[in-house]
Design a protein around this ligand. Structure first.
Ligand SMILES: [Zn+2]
Length: 58
């Protein structure tokens, strides 16, 4: 089944693998599958680190 894809740059939904507006690769709208292992926790924390420093939480 073809899933709806999303371009975060243009805030645009599409079925194509690349954005029709800016040509960038689109990302899926589905959240990652729930897992007790949480394989992406490290990546998620690293991605949010600058925002937390900005907010003075770190
Ligand atoms: Zn785009």
């Amino acid at each position: 089944m073809k899933r709806i894809l999303y371009c975060s740059k243009d805030d645009l939904f599409t079925l194509k693998d690349t954005c029709p507006s800016c040509g960038a690769a689109t990302t899926t709208t589905q959240p990652p599958k729930y897992s007790l292992d949480d394989k992406y926790a490290d990546y998620r924390r690293k991605a949010k680190e600058p925002l937390r420093k900005e907010a003075g939480l770190l």
